[in-house]
Design a protein around this ligand. Structure first.
Ligand code: NI
Length: 155
């Protein structure tokens, strides 16, 4: 496994559309593993492939320690309700922002074995699913934020 470089806010790579994964190759599995290691190293709870310069629809999430999700071609099938909470992003260090998101989402994605899985996300999980899937379409949370903040600590 390897720790990959995370692209930062003004890198145009973050603004591009990521392609669907048509076949889960060893290369995709390696990408998942490297992304997990990179996310943990950076102390994040979500990471999307375009953030490490790979334009494929691949996401990893760990909103609870030890509960790692690997999402290939994730799609939001249902979104309902509303929440407005603070988000951050490994590509925008030192910043955070208040973003309006659905309170609950249902997401479908393939796992590393190619099995279609369905996830119910509430609260932080709903925000994280939406935030990471936005990355796959070149959207940053700062595009949607109602207010942006500069963090005083450097996370
Ligand atoms: Ni992000």
């Amino acid at each position: 496994m390897a720790i990959l470089k995370i692209l930062k806010e003004n890198d145009t790579g973050l603004r591009l559309h990521s392609r669907e994964v048509s076949e889960i190759t060893p290369r995709i599995l390696r990408l998942l593993d490297d992304m997990k290691e990179t996310m943990r190293d950076a102390d994040g709870c979500g990471l999307a492939a375009p953030q490490v310069g790979v334009l494929r629809r691949v996401v990893v999430m760990e909103t609870e320690p030890g509960k790692m999700l690997e999402l290939i071609n994730p799609v939001i099938k249902k979104a309902e309700g509303e929440q407005c909470e603070i988000e951050g992003c490994l590509s925008l260090p030192g910043k955070s922002g208040k973003v309006k998101r659905p309170a609950h989402v249902i997401v479908e994605a393939l796992d590393r074995n190619g099995k279609l899985c369905r996830y119910d996300g509430y609260e932080l999980n709903a925000r994280c699913f939406c935030h990471e899937i936005d990355h796959l379409d070149g959207i940053l949370y700062s595009d949607k934020a109602i207010e942006m903040y500069k963090n005083t600590d450097n996370d």
